[in-house]
Design a protein. Structure first.
Length: 146
């Protein structure tokens, strides 16, 4: 016949495991649900980030034609070497070029060195300078005050 202490100990242990299991089972289910919710949220965030990226890319493409319609620098490019070569071709000093472009002499120097770039509003004037010849540049300089 088994010892009563052993039977009592086994029964207490069984009841304790049953109670512990009853207490932890809802926590396990909740934890599992939370993990699946987190995974779903991560998937949604990833999808939204991709969608945002597509919208931003299409927004840039859509904004480019709007800028072109405004006429401010539409399709105009700037090259520091090109500006310096154009100035030499016309036989102009940096001061004379600055006067024609209605900017400071320092701006012309910095543009040619590649330290800065002209504003979009200044690109049309630079484009007009490219189309000028020596005589036209001299004529325009003579027309300007000062």
């Amino acid at each position: 016949m088994p010892n009563i202490a052993t039977v009592l100990k086994a029964e207490i242990s069984r009841v304790a495991r049953k109670d512990a299991r009853a207490e932890t089972q809802p926590l396990k289910k909740a934890s599992s649900q939370y993990r699946s919710d987190i995974a779903a949220l991560k998937r949604r965030v990833l999808a939204l980030e991709k969608q945002l990226s597509r919208v931003l890319k299409s927004g840039r493409k859509a904004s480019a034609p709007e800028e072109a319609e405004e006429g401010a620098g539409s399709g105009l490019r700037f090259s520091a070497k090109g500006l310096a070569a154009q100035r030499r071709r016309l036989g102009l000093t940096a001061a004379a070029t600055a006067k024609l472009l209605n900017v400071s002499v320092q701006s012309v120097y910095k543009w040619e060195d590649g330290k800065t770039r002209p504003r979009a509003s200044q690109l049309p004037a630079i484009a007009r300078l490219r189309k000028m010849g020596k005589q036209e540049a001299a004529k325009r300089l003579a027309e300007l005050p000062g």
